[in-house]
Every structure is written in C-alpha cells, then in structure tokens.
Design a binder for this molecule. Structure first.
Ligand SMILES: [Zn+2]
Ligand SMILES: [Zn+2]
Length: 356
C-alpha cells in the first residue's frame, strides 16, 4: 500500500514538473512574455527628497516593497503621495531606523495610508510626541514591532537578500548608533542603508566580520563627520554614494571631511539637496540612476544618459509613460521598457501628457 502511494506521488510530481517545464511557472501573462519578464526583474531604490531627513522606498524585483524611514512629520503627505503614484498599495516592510523625528516623522501617516506587512524598529524608545504617535498607529493597525538586530534576515532567496547588519549592541550612548543598517543584495549588485549610524556602530560591523562590500552606500547621518569613517568606507568600497540632506541645513551637513573621504576614493556622490529624488535601478548586473540626477553633468554623458531612461507601459491600455508621469498604471499592470523603440515595437503607444 505504502509503495503504491509513493509511486502515485512520484508520478504526480513528475507530471507537475513536466507542466512547469513546458509552460513555465512565472505567473506573468504569456501573451506578453517577450517584454513582461522585465517588469519583474528590476530592483528600484528611491531616495526621496525629504530635505534634512531620510526616506527610502524600495521596490523589490519580486513585487514586494519596503520603506526605510518616512522623513519629517511634514513630509508624511509627500511620502504617501509618492508611494501611491508608484501604484503601490501594500508596503511589506517598514524600517524605522531610529526614533529621531527626521526618520520616523512621516511614518504614522504612511502606516495609516497603506496595507502594512512587518514593522522593524531598534530597541530604543523616545519620549517625543512623534514617537508616541508612531506607536499608536502601529497599535491601531494591529501590527507588531519586530526588534531589529544585526544578523536578522528580512528576505532570503537565492537572487535577493535583504538583511539587518546593525545595531549589534544592547546599549549605546547616542540614539543615532541604534540605527538599523540594512544590506540589500540583488544578484551581482548591492546596497547599504545606514540610517544615522555613527563610528561605534561602524566599528562593530567591521569587527563582527559582516561583508560590507556594496555598490551603493546611503551615507550615514546625512554626511555628518562622525559617520562614514575611512575604515568603514574602505570595507564598503562603493562606486556610488547617496547623501540625503536638506539645502542650507543648520548642521552644515554634509561635512567637508566626509565629502573629502568620498572624493579621495573616487566615489560618485549623489545628493538630494542638489538633485531632488534620486532613483537607482538594478537589473541584477548594472545599476542605473534616473535622468534628473545627472542633469548637472556635461553633454558628453547626455547620450549615455538618454539610453538609460526607462518607460513604464500599461499592459491593459497598451500605453507607455515616463517614470515620473502622474498617471502611472497599477503595479500589477506594469511592464518596463528600456527605450521608446522597445515600447513601440511591443505595440505600445506614447502617453500624450508625459511623452512629447
Ligand atoms: Zn538621528
Ligand atoms: Zn537623521
């Protein structure tokens, strides 16, 4: 009897494997297969322009989303509208790096506005009103807080890994040092997001032997001199650095010393105070930045840059848009094209309002 069941199970398994092999199991509609593969293979990281604050939206290639910090309280509306514009209704992971207002300020509004999966916070409380607001909204939604700690994994698949590599101690003198630091790896490309982590946390990450190498570094503490120390920078060894910072801020961020350290290593720096919202897109092998951020570059790079612009098509209407268009399709109806030609070849026509 057992043998018979085993044999039947075996046959069933072979049959399933055969079906999967023949018809694929991607779940994307087959009629569009030549182009729709793209829409599920890109990682997009948006460094939102929230002034002297942090807010980073991540669209993972598997369709999930994360938000690291939500800017100041007055940025809440902007962050919510930006995420809505991307056609996102669910944020799978909220990371509140540490309880300073320039990081958690906009999060109560975000949590109110979207379907939320998991919320990660460090083991650090605050007596501020905004911190209490945040806890209230989390409670109102029936969400639980997951305590963030170095070594905790958020996404762990072969191609995509999203992990927490700090904080690594129970107690620090500075609230900034409690910052959650995330590492994101998508195939051959990688990012590190440091919140406001400073020297102590950086030294711990080195000492604990985390693999810190990353292509893109979100510079710690808005470019403050007590973060991004040389030893840490050497381990990360990034090609690109993003500084989230407000114009003419009271702290003098980013500090000259930090800019010098980055410059010395030949790292290309992108700043939100100069460029507005910065979007990095990875196909797993190469990272491209959106056109706006290279606007200060000379003409020599213009052609190169034009090639990198991507367009978003709507599978339903067969219309394609620029990434900044106000009427972008819902996430599930999106298909990404790397050029207008590619879109037109696939039978899509331009949206009049956003494409000249
Ligand atoms: Zn801080
Ligand atoms: Zn900060």
């Amino acid at each position: 009897m057992m043998k018979f069941i085993k044999a039947t199970k075996m046959k069933l398994l072979v049959l399933i494997l055969l079906i999967v092999f023949l018809f694929g199991c991607t779940g994307v509609d087959v009629s569009n297969q030549n182009v729709s593969n793209n829409s599920y293979s890109l990682l997009k990281v948006h460094f939102l322009d929230v002034g002297q604050a942090d807010s980073i939206l991540i669209q993972f290639p598997n369709g999930e989303t994360a938000l690291i910090d939500g800017g100041n309280r007055e940025d809440g509306r902007f962050v919510v509208e930006y995420i809505e514009k991307m056609g996102i209704s669910r944020i799978n992971y909220i990371i509140a790096t540490h309880p300073h207002e320039d990081h958690i300020g906009g999060l109560p509004e975000v949590i109110k506005s979207f379907d939320i999966g998991k919320v990660y916070m460090p083991n650090k409380t605050s007596n501020t009103r905004i911190f209490k607001n945040l806890l209230e909204e989390i409670k109102n939604k029936g969400l639980k807080i997951i305590q963030a700690k170095g070594g905790l994994s958020i996404i762990d698949t072969e191609d995509l890994k999203f992990t927490i590599i700090a904080p690594n101690s129970e107690k620090y003198d500075e609230t900034n040092e409690y910052s959650i630091v995330n590492k994101l790896i998508y195939k051959n490309t990688s990012f590190i997001f440091t919140g406001d982590a400073e020297k102590d946390s950086e030294e711990e990450m080195i000492k604990l032997g985390y693999n810190l190498k990353a292509d893109v570094l979100k510079v710690g503490h808005h470019g403050g001199r007590t973060s991004t120390n040389y030893e840490f920078l050497k381990r990360v060894n990034p090609k690109f650095a993003v500084i989230s910072v407000g114009k003419d801020n009271d702290y003098g961020h980013p500090h000259k010393e930090v800019l010098k350290r980055l410059d010395k290593m030949g790292i290309k720096v992108f700043r939100t105070d100069e460029l507005g919202t910065i979007i990095a897109t990875s196909d797993g092998y190469k990272i491209n930045f959106n056109k706006e951020i290279v606007k200060n570059n000379d003409d020599a790079t213009k052609n190169e840059r034009d090639k990198k612009i991507i367009y978003i098509g709507n599978k339903k209407t067969k219309v394609y848009h620029t990434t900044t268009c106000k009427s972008l399709p819902k996430q599930e109806n999106r298909v990404i094209f790397n050029s207008k030609e590619e879109a037109e070849k696939a039978g899509y026509r331009p949206h009049k309002n956003c494409i000249e």
